[in-house]
Design a protein around this ligand. Structure first.
Ligand code: MTE
Ligand code: MO
Length: 473
């Protein structure tokens, strides 16, 4: 709108408290939403995006995305967003991290260079699909600046020596396959394991996980055209290399077993869309391999090369990281050759609301608890048990929400909600320990505590999630 002042996103980001007024950006506009969020249900959640874009919150609370609300919202407009900021890049050529994408302020970084961040936990349970801008980011290296028009994916079968190069257009010519899949970092919930004993790794909370729809070409279709077919190859692994490189020009790399890659029901895709949009830069623009049911680390972003081989990837992240060990193994005794690389992840769950330390309202003797549950390998969540007395007594949750896919192709997570009774003598100020454990379609469940599964790298942190809260009557 003409006649309004122009603001940059940096200026918007300085307005995050009621005292300074709360500003947010939406498309070409800048809005003072201080009153808007006070008057709207869910305003406290939108507050988590103060100083940033309101867009992902519209995606979470689709109920707001109607013309009526947008018309009301427009009355809070105070300015226009500086044209340069309607795009999403920042640029500083002197820094290897000088071409990073702009990130939403609601993502709380555990490291900035490389960028690693997770969204506020309560937002995760608000929508089966995690909006792109709120999806956790796990980068090991600077984000490469890839031009889609000149993008090329190299394919190489080491056994037949067949080679091929595909452009983005070539990849788009394959039948478009869409799946809903959760991606989770092996280090999700590491911060809880750390309480037993220190570990090496980023201190992730419970939100290094997200669920999205991914569209692209099926890897098995692409490999078929390279002459690699199920039952007709002696290859054992499919390796992936990213276009992101370390200072010695070594790319990020990982591999998966050939069986998963060629399984026509395995749903491995070379994805170019995330939630119906081109994959955002942080998540692998323009092409990322999505290996559903398998640890985040093998879902290689900015995919530059695929190698069909008898060997696993020799990249650091396949060989000397993302492996589990017994609790007695320390950095002096660890031999990374002794453990297999993590592929399918075990069953996990977490309470997203209430948060640790929250005061929770008791209604008719019960408190409301919500969260997520997920299992790797396409296993479906069949039950989620919640306790309000530290795990002495349990009850199954009332509601499980997931997409309709079935075992063993249930790649997406399950959101759950329940009301758990609190103990008889409880009163205002009483403390209770909530616990959650999930059960998957193979009846696997979670370990009881972290002491028994502690490992030096802090991976596979899937013990019961325990949350201490105070009651309010
Ligand atoms: N791919 C490349 N090329 N570089 C990376 O650093 N990180 C991996 C994986 N793919 C990574 C990568 C790890 S460890 C995880 S957990 C997921 O990407 C994170 O995906 P996301 O950032 O889209 O959430
Ligand atoms: Mo990860």
């Amino acid at each position: 709108r003409s006649g309004l002042p122009e603001y940059t996103l940096d200026e918007v980001a300085r307005h995050t408290t009621i005292k300074e007024r709360i500003w947010m950006a939406y498309r070409h506009g800048v809005y003072d939403v201080t009153e808007f969020i006070a008057e709207h249900p869910g305003g406290d959640k939108i507050m988590m995006g103060a100083g940033g874009s309101v867009e992902p919150f519209w995606a979470l609370y689709a109920v707001h995305k109607n013309p009526h609300v947008l018309n009301i919202f427009e009355t809070y407009r105070i300015g226009n967003l500086a044209a340069a900021d309607v795009g999403t890049s920042v640029s500083d050529m002197s820094d290897p991290y000088g071409k990073e994408p702009r990130r939403h302020v609601a993502l709380k970084p555990s490291s900035r260079k490389p960028f690693n961040a997770e969204p506020p936990l309560p937002l995760l349970a608000d929508s089966l699909i995690t909006p792109n801008e709120l999806f956790y980011v796990r980068n090991h290296l600077p984000v490469p600046d890839v031009d889609a028009a000149s993008y090329e994916l190299e394919l190489n079968d080491e056994l037949s020596n067949n080679e091929k190069t595909l452009t983005l257009q070539d990849i788009r010519k394959y039948p478009k396959h869409t799946i809903t899949a959760t991606i989770m970092c092996a280090g999700n919930r590491r911060s809880e394991m750390t309480k037993v004993k220190g570990v090496k790794g980023l201190s992730w909370g419970q939100a290094a996980i997200g669920n999205a729809t991914w569209s692209g070409a099926r890897l098995c279709d692409v490999l078929k055209d390279l002459g690699v077919e199920d039952g007709k190859t002696d290859a054992l692994h499919v390796q992936f290399e990213g276009l992101d490189t370390d200072p010695a020009s070594m790319p990020y790399g990982a591999s998966i077993p050939i069986e998963k890659a060629l399984d026509s029901h395995g749903d491995v895709i070379l994805a170019y869309e995330m939630n119906g949009e081109p994959i955002p830069r942080d998540h692998g623009y323009p092409v990322r391999v999505v290996v559903p049911g398998v640890v985040g680390a093998r879902n290689v972003k900015w995919l530059g090369r695929i190698i069909v081989s008898k060997n696993e990837s020799d990249a650091h992240w396949q060989q000397n990281d993302y492996k589990g060990f017994a609790p007695n193994v320390d950095w002096d005794t660890v031999d990374f050759k002794k453990s297999p690389a993590i592929q399918e992840l075990p069953v996990i769950s977490a309470v997203c609301e209430p948060l640790e330390g929250d005061q929770v309202e008791v209604k008719e003797g019960k408190i409301k608890v919500r969260g997520y549950a997920w299992s790797g390998g396409g296993r479906k969540i069949v039950r989620v048990d919640v306790s309000s007395d530290g795990g002495h007594t349990w009850q199954a949750t009332d509601t499980l929400e997931s997409d309709s896919s079935r075992h063993p192709h249930a790649w997406g997570w399950t959101l759950w909600t329940t009301e758990v009774p609190v103990g008889k003598g409880a009163k205002t100020g009483s403390e209770v320990e909530l616990c959650v454990k999930a059960v998957d379609s193979q009846y696997n469940t979670q370990p009881e505590n972290f002491a028994n599964i502690w490992n030096l790298r802090g991976v596979l942190a899937n013990a019961y999630h325990r949350v201490q809260v105070k009651l309010k009557f």
